[in-house]
Design a protein around this ligand. Sequence first.
Ligand code: FAD
Ligand code: NAP
Length: 858
Amino acid sequence: MSDSGERSEFDVVVVGAGMAGLYLLKRLRDQGMSAVALEAADDVGGTWYWNRYPGARCDVPSLDYSFSWDPELEEEWEWSEKYATQPEILRYLQHVADKHDLRRDIRFETRVAAATWDEDAQRWRIGTEGGDELVAQHYVMATGCLSVPKDADIPGADRFSGPTYYTGRWPHEGVDFTGRRVAVIGTGSSAIQSIPIIAAQAEQLTVFQRTANFSVPAHNGPTDADKRAQYDADPAAYREAARWSAVGVPIEPSEISALAVSDEEREAAYERGWQEGGLFGLSSKFNDLLVNPVANDTAAEFVRNKIRSIVDDPVTAETLCPNTFPLSTKRLCVDTDYYATYNRDNVRLVDLRETPIETITEQGIDIAGNGGTEHLEFDDIVFAVGFDAMTGPIVSVDIEGRNGISLKEKWADGPHTYLGLTSVGFPNLFMITGPGSPSVLSNMVVSIEQHVEWVTETIERMRKDGFTTIEPTPTAEAGWGQHVNDCADITLFPQAASWYMGANVPGKPRVFLPYVGGVDNYRDTCDRVTAEGFLGFRLVGDDGEQCNDGVVNRLQHDVATMLKLMAELELPPIETLGAAGAREFMAATNVMRPPGPDVGEIVDGTYPGADGDLAYRLYRPATPGPHPVVVYYHGGGWVIGDAISDDPFCRDLCDRSGALVISVDYRHGPEAPYPAAADDAWAALRWVGEHAAELGGDPERIAVAGWSAGGNLAAVVSQLARDNGGPALVGQLLVCPATDLSKQHPSIHENAEGYVLTKSLMEWFIEQYAPDGSSPLASPLLADSLADLPPAAVFTAEFDPLRDEGNAYAKALEDAGVPVTHEECRGQTHTAFHAVDALISPTPHRADMADAVRGFFA
Ligand code: FAD
Ligand code: NAP
């Protein structure tokens, strides 16, 4: 018992009584645990308790933005409009609390100040601002992502003599702006919702805009009829689809690039999206708006044109046009009449980039105008300046973990979590929608429910299995941090100075805070972590401990997504198709891939192979020649492929490196087994050496390149050129090369299945080409000497059966004194580099390959 006579020991202490806290209490109680929620406010609701500014409402449709765990509630609660207002959402959450009698386990007006892990007792000691201490085995921060309002960070902010309001701490009695001169600082979602309503009330409204934001119309009204019908048809299925969607709302993802349709089609799609309105209308029309800047700009320009068409004054319209970040990389705003509000006579927009605030004064705001300081007088100032998002609510509690480690200090360079749920050094501490989870990039109710369920199920499972503590391992946490960053890095998100990046709070580290890999993928990840014996967690109990250490999601996200899609197609293993079938299969799949970049010129021709003419395709840069030359050998296991089968890769290499690329065909097994391919590859190199000038190339600057089996041939001809006195090569680019056909390297077993090139396929290739691969002309790693070979650039992929033999070749070259650039590409597979414009994460590696080629020729 505490001094106040209240119970002080619990199985679980929860901080927060917003959506997350309420659902946690319900689940924990149902599981028979003792739990209490500590809440700073005097009522439930969280976000919807605090944010009472005019116009506050959700921007995810209420049908989606509502709990799914109580079917009765779903039956009895009817939302009055598509996007419910703050009072209605608050009433809903109050109703949930009452219906499930949750208030009896909530201590209101109780702010948690500190929490300390007591190693001896194996318990958390949680201290409140009022001086109470509670003890709990598990401590759950359900403190929300947007619950700590940001300071104004404006000089003189506390000098103003009139009333000031923060949108995130709005007075309960409301504010009447009638007849008043009002300043609103900020143009984020909160400002954009409140500005039209304040403008209609106030005598004058001045909006201070630092960064113009993208906003799309809500078209609020009754719930969308189609959506309602879809939901009513099968509510459980609707909710399940939401759980397994990318953003927590069941919308069909687009499979079309914005750049793959005509200008008219694109414009029509955007117009449909604008008319649908809301967060997903416009932004869901194409699949590359968040990854391709050119695609994104088509949508951004559409919105800018809408602004220009709505706002009468062209200067104001231009000021309202966002052009400092890609669309949707800052949270897209959803409004009702926002832009049209600037057509009112009583509304003025101040562009803080042109005329920054000098200071806030007793009477108003001073801005630096062209002719000197302009003094603007106001009766009220509204700060709509946002939140210290995601990490703010967590580090504002003084949390001390094992060995006195402070969470705030640990996170000084940005948050470190495993799954956004837990952090090393803080046993039995859970965060709901913490940094590193999809949270704010999703319909948050869906993410909250998933986290609450994972946490409560984990606690229950620990009990059953006799474990008393759970804590992530450093390996798992570091791996997750890497994965979160990798996912963000293939998108345009990091380009914006957004609160997602911590950029809105001075001094906050710039790290992309949420997980952009999708709600569906994230849910699957958490499920796998549990199924794999709590992968990445150490669980300890009286009878011992369990630790299945490791990293979840090691593949690059886009690579994993493509592999998943391919697995869903249930394609037959290539090696079961026979050589002819395998070639047909490859040709058919190649037709569907993006073409790759344009190059100056493409010429198809033939060259004399070792046993008759063979095809080549020449890719010439658009720049004036003569160009340095790359003789390129395609992949395909010496069985499939031809001069044009690596077309997108060759275009990309030509485009990026500025070299003339000649992709040469060679004979294939089983019809022409070893050494036919090697003989043709060698013949091709000699022929190019002799005809380089005629082809428009520079005979003094010839390099070879190849992927997979082609990498093998490029390595082989490099050795032949050395041993036969030319052609003199300036470099060899080996991409995932086969260098040793003995099949002895660990990676062939480690990556035997699941990454397109399988162990079984590799064995079949070798069988067709060179079953006895012991000659250096089949296995260049086995050469007596690798000295005096041309400089090499070797690129291998982490998840490739051929990884280790490629790495071994790079090492052996280096040991032999050959200059080597070597990259083992993290999270990549054997085929990923060639998915030009289909995968994003390999692109920087292809840029490095091109740099290496340029380096050969420098
Ligand atoms: P919160 O609702 O933030 O609740 C956290 C609670 O913890 C608060 O009540 C707070 O007082 C309490 N607390 C924090 N620290 C302490 C402490 N140290 N001691 C005691 N108590 C503490 N998301 C959507 O998906 N769709 C929307 O349309 C949407 N609209 C939004 C509109 C606004 C204006 C804002 C600000 C956010 C919006 N969000 C929206 C995000 C919204 O925050 C979440 O959807 C959701 O309400 C979060 O619920 P929660 O319980 O996790 O956190
Ligand atoms: P926000 O998006 O961070 O917007 C804050 C605004 O204040 C920005 O325009 C910012 O400009 C400006 N600002 C901050 N500091 C400033 C300063 N010192 N001087 C001048 N301007 C300053 O915050 P928010 O509008 O409260 O929204 C936060 C998030 O809450 C949203 O992104 C959304 O997730 C959620 N939300 C949702 C809804 C909804 O529609 N359901 C409504 C409100 C909030 P810069 O851009 O230059 O930093």
